[in-house]
Design a protein around this ligand. Sequence first.
Ligand code: ATP
Ligand code: MG
Length: 434
Amino acid sequence: MKEASTDNIQFRNEFSSGIKTYQDVSKEQESLNAQLLIKAGFINPELSGVYTYTRLGCEVLKNIENLTREHMSKWGGEILMSSLQPVESWEITDRLENMSSLFEARGANDISRKLNSSRYILGPTHEEIATPLAKRYIKSYRDLPFAFYQIQTKFRNEARPKSGLLRGREFRMKDLYSFHASEEDFLEFYEIMKKEYMLLFEDLGLADDTFITLADGGNFTEKFSHEFQTLLPQGEDIIYLDRKNNIAYNKEIVNEENANRLGVNFDELEQVTASEVGNIFPLDFKYSQPFDLTYTTKEGDTKPIYMGCYGLGTSRLMGVIAEKFADEKGLVWPERIAPAKYHIVTVSKDNKDIAHEKSKELFEVIGKDSLWDRRTKVTVGEKLNDADLIGCPFRLVVSPKSIENGGIEVKRRASDVVEYMDMEELFNKYGKTR
Ligand code: ATP
Ligand code: MG
């Protein structure tokens, strides 16, 4: 990978920014999102399906996850469950043999001491921790309903991961778990979650292209689970889309029995590719029963607890958004999740002239929400290319020409229109920060 020089891009403070772009990316990175994100310096490939989030990437991931928190905290408290999980709990739910993608961890020192007891599961999901944990908090009907969530790195030994952030072997997920006294109460919460997810997709700029999709995986009464599928040309799923009724069906459930059950003629629906960004499940008693999670009713009877779980792929979302909005020049981030709102490009030979002074003032005033390219050893063309690759919503060029024309040359990443204005006009029109 040929690197661009980045001796002096500033981000948030005066230290070296840790930002680097690349002119080309190894062909081994087959997916569009990995190509875009590696080239622009947001992620670094470590192993197949395993990435480091670099400075810019970490900003975007944090923005996605903080928006997720804003929505989920309305309904449950945030916790952080352990990644290392006891094998015994996976035996209780009978998933040790039945989940094909499990990663197991062993302490090397325990192996050498021939200790068999220390096997752990590296959490691919957390029902095995969440259900016994809930027993500590739920005793009677007064403790219900109850919900908590976490945002965490998950581990799944996916076969041949080649979709970049869309399918990692180590990836980020938000998972919420809910506990209810009755099916009725559960269903009410389940509908609330569907709405909350759609509000989150609105904030992420994905609502118009994200569809609630019936899929396999529900238990007992509700036979289906509900996926949130975002239309994406290189998405891994195929869905049957009913635009009129604003609903879709995962191809995996499409058969005659379901056609009759749901009263749907699948042949009339459009087939499109999409990426599953979220999945919510009615769990019924699937986990509460094996862990004996019960509550006492008003009358003193003991009853099992209804559960639901609600997953959201935060790192997959980053990959989906990267692919969905990019153009031939590079990334185009929606404003809410961009690494910074403004990308300042200074055109100055030696960082001693008025263009430098004006840029410095701008950077100091905008501060946190800008990235400042004050490199002098690369051409203006290269700097503009980097701004396009990185994809912040606004590019602000400060040059002798822009100063002559009224101050700053302002261009939105997603448009070709160029405007000139001074700092005050800029803030009045577009705001200082997000
Ligand atoms: P898939 O069918 O794509 O393998 P899944 O149905 O096994 O996913 P869930 O257990 O429903 O996944 O996980 C909740 C969410 O986590 C998914 O909707 C998806 O957005 C995300 N996710 C799951 N597996 C991965 C992965 N390997 N890499 C990135 N995100 C993932
Ligand atoms: Mg799923």
